[in-house]
Design a protein around this ligand. Sequence first.
Ligand code: ATP
Ligand code: MG
Length: 271
Amino acid sequence: MSGPIQQESKPVIELKDVKVYHHARTGGLFRPNIVKAVDGVDFTISRGETVGIVGESGCGKSTLASVLVGLQPPTSGKVLFHGKPAIKRNATMRKEFGRSVSVVFQDPATALNPRMTIQDILTDPLQIHGIGNAASRAAKVKELLALVGLPHSAAEVTPSQVSGGQRQRVAIARALALDPDIIVADEPTSALDVSVRAQVLNLLSDLKKQLNLGMVFISHDIQTVRYVSDRICVMYFGKIVEQGTASQVFDNPSNDYTKKLLGAAPSLLHI
Ligand SMILES: Nc1ncnc2c1ncn2[C@@H]1O[C@H](COP(=O)(O)OP(=O)(O)OP(=O)(O)O)[C@@H](O)[C@H]1O
Ligand SMILES: [Mg+2]
């Protein structure tokens, strides 16, 4: 293998034995008062691959996502960014991390500022990172809208004036504004009308290929995860209990919980 190719396959983010413990308010004499939201997870994500994380509600998927995007410091364990410890106090690294790793949340209605026009929403990350001038930012907004399949006229309206599926496209465009290496998508289609879920899913997987992004795709729906992922991690009570290629996990599940997940209700996507 030549140098640059090896470079590309190196993980952008690496988690080593990451734990996130919360003190729960329900704690009492007979119940443990510590919630092990993430309990000893090793994980890597590189450009060009989609890793699916699947598991039932409360198993720690969103907590793991917050660690991956730098929003949640782990209780213990290591977060490496391009092979180096991601240190919160280092402003340069924090900025670089923010540029390199972006996130798409479940509900675009709450993730996007309702008072801002879509133009401003997409310009905001460029301004914060001091990228370009007014003209180049306007050009970038045009490019982003085209990339996610929105008409240019969408720039002038606010998020509430477009449909739910279009709003999620805006959130995806915003996540792409800084040309990230990795996108973490936490249940990106769950809040959407069933009729537009497949479109948004296809958009994400097309963009990932087109831009050679790394994508962490989180869902409680194993069929959706299978559809987009190269590799799948099954989470259960804060741990990754099974991982492998989609076909390894589906054709030969080694873990009892995975077998149970596979036997659960069929996907609404019918794929
Ligand atoms: N700030 C917090 N304080 C206490 N407990 C928390 C906190 N954040 C998350 N938890 C708990 O950690 C566990 C994991 O939560 P998390 O949101 O990561 O699960 P999830 O897999 O994303 O679930 P869902 O599919 O419902 O989104 C849950 O038991 C949750 O109640
Ligand atoms: Mg969640």
